[in-house]
Design a protein around this ligand. Structure first.
Ligand code: TNX
Length: 523
């Protein structure tokens, strides 16, 4: 491998040397360390010149499918932003290279985490090195953020997009960097979810948790139990039409996310939050009341019958079918707010579900209440409310995902004037969403127990992309930095200035972000 890299590199040098002498371009002085990168990289060294991205640039990658795809992704995004058509591994474009971007597989000690990468930017070349395609993909996002909105048309006879030169060594603080989207309270289409995935990828997220079922709707086709979507998929909060993903739709989302190195985590929320499922198949119901479609926003009134074998046979089918189209390692069983499930039944349910999830090859995740059961240390607990559950789970060896409602809920209003959102956990303005340290947030929780952070977006008050974006942006950008960057780099005053310079991207993506006055947005 290493030999190959050397050979390619030497070949490049030789070609470069054989080129007719190029006219020296007098690049303006740049400063890579002042670039508005989010999340902020671990280490940045500026060398104050520029790489002129232009029509003569080519992309080369290690000949590995994963790396090649990353190259094509970069080329596509450069075209979208600048209009330039940059070839990837095009054999007819082999020599001489005027300028090249080389995305390569490399193993050095600096690249110790799977998503770590190095980005070297020189006048005529850019190198992105990583030991994995995922790491190369993260590096590509950094490079995208360095390409200016406008070209410089005065230095040569054609436009150049000046990328500041220097070196970046980077890697994630947490291995799990997620958001959640509730597609159950209101349904979001495949296209809407794809747009959200695009935005998440730009900020180096690697997990998207989909809340696929709740009292108000069941959103994923289960072939062995078709009424779940026929009946349970036809309602949503407020009385709208609902909707659901066919298994083909779901696979399309999984693939789309995977191309962006994002894992989809499916959640079926149970034993509470199950009115839509029980309405479809009444034998599931455990609350003894007559079932009616539910389109309000109350929680905690429904439950599966946790003492019936037929319920577990049903759930075995559900987990099997979803697991078979979810290549990621996780299956989320919900487990929150089961207020009408008898405690003993709840514990029995969680312990049995853990076995079913494991049987289908997945690691169980559940909301913090699941820590009341005797769960295995390989299961993951997601803190949203009761810290004592997270502490207990960590003591038993489980990893914790931090999603505290008062800090990380994307559906909390910014302030009393917010157009959308709830406020039961308080208001979360953009600065307080950002200004907390995940490592010290729960007193007594060891750093090693934290798998990462996830910002959930519940959809009681939102039903389409502009509304989703109003709540998620810019707060989700801040969480991406808390999840990726070292604590010393998480400084609100520095962050808000960098965030202000993300308007060109957000506007190009037509993101309906909340224009908080705490940020001096650069138009
Ligand atoms: C609590 S968070 C819930 C959800 C609601 C959310 C609204 C959690 C595990 N349960 O059912 O949608 O609050 O903010």
């Amino acid at each position: 491998m290493f030999k190959k890299v050397i050979v390619v590199f030497l070949a490049m040098l030789i070609f470069a040397a054989c080129q007719p002498e190029k006219k020296e371009i007098l690049y303006p002085r740049t400063d890579l360390s002042n670039a508005p990168l989010i999340p902020k990289p671990v280490k940045t060294v500026a060398t104050h010149s520029a790489f002129g991205l232009d029509q003569n640039t080519v992309i080369k990658t290690t000949s590995d499918k994963g790396f090649e795809k990353v190259g094509h992704f970069l080329s596509e995004k450069i075209k979208w932003q600048t209009g330039l058509q940059i070839p990837v591994n095009d054999p007819t474009k082999d020599e001489p290279y005027q300028r090249f971007i080389y995305i390569s597989h490399a193993d050095t000690i600096e690249l110790k985490k799977p998503e770590s990468y190095q980005l070297y930017i020189k006048q005529d070349s850019i190198f992105i090195n990583s030991s994995t395609a995922a790491g190369a993909f993260r590096g590509v996002q950094t490079l995208r953020q360095l390409i200016p909105e406008k070209s410089n048309d005065t230095l040569t006879d054609h436009p150049l997009w000046l990328v500041p030169t220097g070196k970046i060594i980077d890697g994630p603080r947490f291995e799990f960097r997620g958001t959640m989207l509730d597609v159950a309270r209101h349904f979001f289409t495949v296209e809407e979810v794809k747009k959200y995935i695009d935005l998440l990828a730009y900020y180096k997220y690697n997990m998207l948790h989909l809340h696929l079922s709740d009292d108000q709707g069941w959103r994923i086709e289960i072939k062995s139990w078709p009424k779940l979507t026929e009946v349970g998929g036809s309602t949503e909060v407020g009385g709208g039409d609902g909707g659901f993903y066919t298994q083909e739709d779901f696979k399309e989302l999984v693939d789309y996310a995977a191309e962006r190195h994002i894992t989809i985590i499916p959640e079926i929320d149970m034993p509470g939050h199950t009115n839509a499922a029980s309405l479809s198949y009444p034998f599931l119901n455990g609350n003894g009341k007559t079932l009616k479609p539910y389109t309000g926003t109350r929680v905690g009134f429904s439950t599966f019958a946790t003492n019936k074998d037929t319920v577990y046979a049903f759930l075995n089918d559900v987990v099997r079918e979803i697991a078979s189209i979810s290549p990621g390692p996780y299956f989320h069983i919900g487990g929150d707010e089961s207020h009408v499930t008898p405690k003993k039944g709840y514990i029995h349910f969680v312990e049995l579900m853990e076995k079913i999830v494991r049987k289908h090859g997945k690691t169980m995740i559940g909301w913090n209440e699941i820590a009341q059961a005797d769960i295995s240390s390989s299961s993951v607990v997601q803190l949203w409310k009761e810290k004592k559950h997270a502490l207990k789970a960590a003591q038993n060896g489980s990893k914790i995902i931090l999603s505290s409602a008062e800090k990380a809920y994307l559906d909390m209003k910014y302030d009393s004037l917010s157009t959308y959102g709830l406020d039961w956990a308080g208001h979360i303005p953009v600065d307080s969403a950002y200004a907390w340290n995940p490592e010290t947030y729960i007193e007594g929780l060891p750093k090693e127990s934290i798998l990462g952070i996830e910002a959930p977006l519940w959809s009681e008050t939102i039903s389409n992309s502009p509304e989703l974006e109003y709540l998620a942006f810019p707060r989700a950008i801040g969480y991406s930095e808390l999840a990726w960057s070292i604590q010393e780099h998480c400084d609100w005053n520095d962050y808000r200035k960098r965030l202000a310079r993300h308007t060109p991207y957000l506007e190009r993506m037509q993101v309906n972000y909340y224009p908080t006055k705490l940020v001096d947005w650069k138009k």
